[in-house]
Design a protein around this ligand. Structure first.
Ligand code: FES
Length: 160
């Protein structure tokens, strides 16, 4: 039998309760839980399934469909390299190569020390600044290798 965590139970109850009247409550609850835990563990999804009386398979289907949800733990710092068209024509593939080699990981991976997760995105909404890398939500326009090194080091030191 699954050992229940009080923290998970409470967080799920809160997310479920907030959106009781809303038709899209499952997605909203998942968004809240993603935000609370940084990812959606099996424990969280099972608890949500039990509290909502929705089949776990249905919840997994939704959680794995949307890119906003992660079924794996994320690093402390999220690095997003924009691969949208405007950034691609301005050199984002090279920027991604440099970023991958500096962090020694590929998109979708998290570093073994759980410090960084690397993602690619389709647009960060600031196409004129491209190519763009976002580190913990701070956008870096046309960053040089030393700009990236500084941004990653700032993340490691807990500063931005
Ligand atoms: S395409 Fe990169 S910010 Fe829009």
């Amino acid at each position: 039998m699954r050992k229940k965590s009080t923290r998970v139970s409470r967080a799920v109850r809160k997310a479920v309760g907030t959106y009781q009247e809303d038709q899209d409550m499952l997605i909203q609850a998942l968004l809240d839980l993603q935000s609370a835990f940084g990812w959606l563990s099996e424990e969280v999804l099972t608890e949500l399934s039990e509290q909502l009386d929705v089949p776990l398979a249905r919840i997994y289907q939704i959680a794995s469909y949307y890119k906003a949800f992660s079924l794996h733990p994320k690093g402390r710092h999220i690095v997003k390299v924009c691969m949208g068209t405007a950034c691609q024509v301005r050199g984002s593939p090279q920027l991604l190569n440099v970023t991958q080699s500096m962090l020694d990981m590929k998109p979708g991976e998290t570093s073994p020390d759980m410090q960084f997760s690397l993602e690619t995105v389709n647009c960060l909404g600031c196409c004129a600044m491209g190519p763009v890398v976002a580190v913990d939500g701070v956008y870096h326009s046309k960053p040089s290798t030393s700009d990236l090194r500084e941004a990653f080091e700032a993340g490691r030191r807990g500063k931005r």
